[in-house]
Design a protein around this ligand. Structure first.
Ligand code: NAD
Length: 462
């Protein structure tokens, strides 16, 4: 006899609680013909949306933000269950959706073109909405990444089709319900759960989808970009990272060691901005490790729903196996603790004595694993920081202002932080150099990325 646990219909995805391995929900997977129908509905909704008064569009997005605000706790609890995020993080993530909707709403009436001096007439530029935008999100930050693409796209007058990751569709689906509750027009913001190579691929290849915002692995991002190129379809790509945390001998070592653990353990290391390469000037290397060890061991790993927990499980068995594959059995370094039993748990892990060109020092692990490498001087630090194919974020710790400026200029990354580990603010641009991506999200120009510039000349000679 078959049971519901063993046989999930192939057109459905099972969503598991990563802390227990138990099934939370099964969700229908969108088929390619269903994507076609969704695009047609979205295109019709978009025409009305773009024609509405800007103040009305802004008001509806603000109302959406208010409705999300009223459901922060519900969204956060759902994220804990489907993604294993700590409850504190999940509340911040739901709040980030609210804040981004508010911020984007503020842009609707400020999305202005230009008036350019020309001979014989008047020249203006119009920022036209693109039409239907496809947003493809990963599982590591389902709520914020859904909003980073969707909120500014809607604000700029577009419709949005959001495809969440297979493992984490529930909060995105709830957001779509909240949008309707807030009064957003039907079909303007649709969520299409499903497989990357069917629903995701259908969105990318659809001629009715004007732009793709893709966040995920560099491998898939490259193929999405190539398929978009077939149609000259613009794509914003937010991809992987292997970010450095550079600690100079003149830094406040206590502060740097205290901040280092959560800079790569937050979200169990499943963070494209994780500072997973800790580069320490050789003269303070031993002292730094002495300070780092108790800080790592003190990290509270466990039930993500517990308010005190700092780190929860990995997202899936697949991810756990991937992370294990990066860590040698005979590791030297620092090891924290993790629960045993059901769920996808891996302890905080710091590797020392690793060659700078070893795979674990260069490839994205996407788990709670960092390497510590010594460097000699400023030039060596910059060389090592840039010795990766990625360039998403990074941090540097120094009390020397001139060095902070020089090294910030020299590191090839889109988001740097001095004497802290901040990466993401909705009001500042975010994105990567090199294999970490193409284009920028968030910040003051976020809406412009969802428009096409049209130049119009009015002759005064006629
Ligand atoms: P992934 O590339 O496997 O999947 C990402 C999304 O793409 C999912 O929704 C998936 O279903 C979809 N997809 C898969 N194949 C597709 C295809 N052929 N066509 C269209 N869509 C397809 O990545 P993941 O494992 O879900 O996420 C982890 C990765 O995301 C990491 O590498 C991480 O660094 C990256 N990430 C980057 C950022 C950033 O802003 N730079 C943020 C978060 C995560």
């Amino acid at each position: 006899m078959t049971t519901a646990r063993k046989t999930v219909h192939p057109t459905h995805h099972r969503v598991l609680n990563p802390a227990t391995g138990e099934t939370v929900a099964t969700v229908p997977a969108t088929t390619a013909p269903e994507v076609d129908a969704a695009v047609a509905r979205a295109a019709a909704a978009q025409r009305h949306w773009a024609a509405a008064a800007p103040a009305d569009r802004a008001r509806l997005l603000r109302r959406f933000a208010v409705v999300v605000d009223g459901h922060i706790e519900e969204l956060a609890r759902l994220e804990v269950r489907q993604a294993g995020h700590t409850i504190g993080n999940a509340r911040w993530e739901a709040g980030n959706v609210r804040d981004l909707l508010d911020y984007s709403a503020g842009g609707v009436e400020r999305l202005t073109g230009r008036q350019i001096p020309v001979a014989g007439g008047l020249d203006i530029t119009l920022l036209e909405p693109l039409g239907v935008v496809g947003v493809i999100a990963p599982w590591n930050f389902p709520l914020p990444i859904a909003a980073w693409g969707s909120a500014p796209a809607l604000a700029a007058g577009n419709a949005v089709l959001l495809k969440p990751a297979e493992t984490t569709p529930l909060t995105a689906l709830r957001l779509a319900e909240l949008a309707l509750e807030a009064g957003l027009p039907e079909h303007l913001f649709q969520v299409l759960p499903g497989a990357g190579d069917t629903a995701g691929r259908a969105l990318v290849d659809h001629h009715g989808v004007a732009k793709i915002v893709f966040t995920g692995s560099t491998r898939v991002g490259r193929s999405v970009a190539a398929r978009c190129a077939e149609q000259m379809k613009p794509a914003t790509l937010e991809l992987g990272g292997k970010s450095p945390n550079v600690i100079f001998a003149d830094a406040d070592l206590d502060a740097a060691a205290a901040a280092a653990p959560m800079s790569f353990l937050d979200n169990s290391g499943q963070d494209c901005c994780a500072r997973s390469r800790i580069l320490v000037q050789r003269t303070v290397y031993d002292r730094f490790l002495e300070l780092l060890a108790p800080a790592i061991e003190a990290v509270v790993v466990g039930d993500p729903a517990d308010e005190k927990t700092q780190m929860g499980p990995l997202i899936s068995r697949h991810q756990l196996d991937r992370v294990r594959g990066h860590v040698p059995d005979d590791l030297t370094g620092i090891r924290g603790a993790a629960p045993e039993g059901p769920g996808f748990w891996f302890p905080p892990t710091v590797l020392t004595g690793v060659a700078p060109d070893a795979p674990v020092a260069r490839e994205e692990v996407f788990g709670p694993v960092a390497v510590v490498l010594p460097f000699e001087d400023e030039a060596d630090a910059v060389r090592l920081a840039n010795a990766t194919d990625y360039g998403l974020s990074g941090s540097l710790w120094t009390r020397d202002l001139g060095r902070a400026v020089r090294v910030s200029r020299a590191i090839q990354a889109g988001n740097l932080s001095v004497n802290s580990h901040s990466s993401v603010r909705y009001g500042t641009p975010f994105g990567g150099f090199k294999q970490s991506g193409l284009g920028r999200e968030l910040g003051p120009d976020a809406l412009t990325a969802f428009t096409e510039t049209k130049n119009v000349f009015f002759s005064t000679e006629a």
